[in-house]
Design a binder for this molecule. Structure first.
Ligand code: SF4
Length: 80
């Protein structure tokens, strides 16, 4: 039997720097999970700092689909 409280799934985030155009959309949506580096490209920061929903939204709104999200435990690809 499962517990009453649903545990938040741990996700892991990666950004493809070959295609990130640095428009900071992901940083604007998931302010803790992403940050811009010195080259103005998005880098995963603290994936635990935002909800999975928010991180998914950030990935969905990336104009060049540079963001990949996986389940940190199982490795299952969650996005795209
Ligand atoms: S939304 Fe996409 S293109 Fe824009 S900074 Fe984030 S990863 Fe890069």
């Amino acid at each position: 039997m499962r517990g009453v409280y649903a545990m938040a799934r741990k996700v892991s985030v990666s950004v493809d720097h070959d295609i990130c155009v640095g428009n900071a959309m992901c940083v604007t949506i998931a302010t803790n999970a992403f940050q811009l580096n010195d080259d103005r490209q998005s880098t995963p920061a603290n994936p635990d700092g935002d909800t999975e929903e928010l991180i998914m939204e950030a990935a969905e709104n990336c104009p060049v689909s540079a963001i990949t999200i996986t389940d940190a435990i199982t490795g299952e690809q969650l996005f795209p």
